[in-house]
Design a protein around this ligand. Structure first.
Ligand code: NAG
Ligand code: NAG
Ligand code: NAG
Ligand code: NAG
Ligand code: NAG
Ligand code: NAG
Length: 324
């Protein structure tokens, strides 16, 4: 046991020494919107502009990627969350940069990867009168929370009945008046009895206590930080540390429980994480300190006004510069 443990530590140290590292890059243009890790180490990414979900194995040499599903009902896949082991839910709908979200076009689908190579995809529910369903997160095996970015609403979805309803609608969730794009609440993640969420043009991460059974908020929202420029889809570690891409600042931030904000990677003029959209921590012993970040390749807001590339998955050292 001891030698297995120390070789795992050694392996983890070797992996971390090679970071940051580009794991996989799609052709230009490809807007990767979000990412979740599987318990076996594979990564699932969603694409905006083509309604695709891809699986990437970061430990393959060379790293391989393959299409899991191409939805024919719409043009984009946004939020993704694991409902029960190896079964994920995704938000699918029509969105273009020119026209925004097509009202009422969003639905939530289930992707079952539990049976090896035979992927099973089925619809959970349409979301009536939806704006832009962006981040989604799991409360329990029957309950999801959905962020509607344009209507500025948090919805709960009952998986069995397919019924959804608004459970929170306030200024922490609404789009900011006069913002460049009418988008408010963006990333959502349930952890330790709280829903953590971002509001992109409030430059803020908030959290609110939620009922573990119903998903309904049971406290007033509190500000975790208001110093993260344009936060997008976040992840939260077991100890409450938040990892969040600042999409338009081309930077990824770590936000510790005591409020300390550390830029982990990138800067305004860097292409390392050019328009970062999502972040997720690795889940295996091989990558437990690795943060995987997705990008759009800056196709909407070129770095230095000129640079764009295909969206990519970048591995970062999540504990970089940590002050213990
Ligand atoms: C998915 O479907 C869209 C629309 O038909 C198509 O343009 C795209 O090439 C397909 N993606 C893949 C990877 O086959
Ligand atoms: C998405 O847009 C396409 C093209 O306009 C349309 O055919 C399709 O019905 C739309 N999907 C939904 C779910 O409204
Ligand atoms: C899954 O597909 C791969 C590649 O086609 C194959 O090598 C593997 O044996 C398959 N696994 C199962 C469980 O069918
Ligand atoms: C993880 O599971 C998925 C679904 O069964 C499979 O396609 C993928 O190859 C697995 N990844 C690894 C690293 O074993
Ligand atoms: C952007 O400009 C800065 C300063 O001139 C330069 O250091 C950087 O490499 C440029 N970034 C890209 C992605 O071209
Ligand atoms: C980015 O580049 C601009 C213009 O070249 C420069 O004014 C600014 O200081 C640079 N910022 C960083 C963080 O490097």
């Amino acid at each position: 046991m001891r030698s297995l443990f120390s070789s795992a530590l050694l392996f983890a140290a070797v992996v971390r020494a090679s970071l940051p590292k580009i794991i996989y890059q799609f052709p230009n243009p490809t807007w990767i919107e979000n990412i979740r890790s599987m318990s076996n180490g594979s990564l699932l990414v969603t694409i905006l502009g083509q309604a695709e979900v891809h699986i990437i194995d970061p430990f393959d040499t060379p790293v391989t990627s393959s299409l899991i599903h191409n939805f024919s009902c719409a043009n984009s896949v946004l939020g993704i969350t694991e409902i029960v082991p190896n079964t994920f839910a995704v938000a699918v709908g029509n969105y273009t940069n020119e026209n925004g979200a097509q009202i009422g076009s969003f639905s939530i689908w289930k992707i079952n990867l539990a049976n090896g190579n035979s992927t099973h995809v089925s619809k959970i529910a349409s979301i009536p009168r939806s704006g832009l369903i962006n981040g989604i997160t799991t409360v329990n095996s029957n309950t999801l929370l959905l962020a509607d970015s344009t209507l500025g609403q948090l919805l709960k979805l009952d998986i069995r009945s397919g019924k959804s309803k608004v459970v929170l609608e306030d200024k922490t969730i609404k789009p900011v008046e006069g913002a460049a794009i009418k988008i408010g609440i963006n990333g959502v993640r349930v952890k330790n009895g709280y829903l953590y969420y971002t509001n992109i043009f409030l430059n803020s991460v908030f959290r609110v206590k939620i009922d573990a059974w119903t998903g309904v908020p049971t406290s007033r929202p509190e500000t975790v930080s208001s110093e993260i420029p344009t936060p997008d889809d976040l992840d939260v570690a077991d100890d409450g540390t938040v990892f969040v891409p600042g999409s338009l600042s081309n930077t990824v931030f770590r936000l510790q429980g005591d409020g300390e904000v550390t830029p982990l990677a990138g800067n305004l003029n860097s292409s390392l994480v050019a328009s970062a959209t999502g972040a997720v921590l690795g889940r295996t012993w091989r990558d437990r300190n690795v943060l995987y970040v997705t990008t759009t390749g800056a196709i909407n807001s070129p770095v230095n006004g000129t640079f764009t590339e295909g969206g990519k998955v970048v591995a970062l050292d999540a504990s970089e510069g940590w002050t213990w």
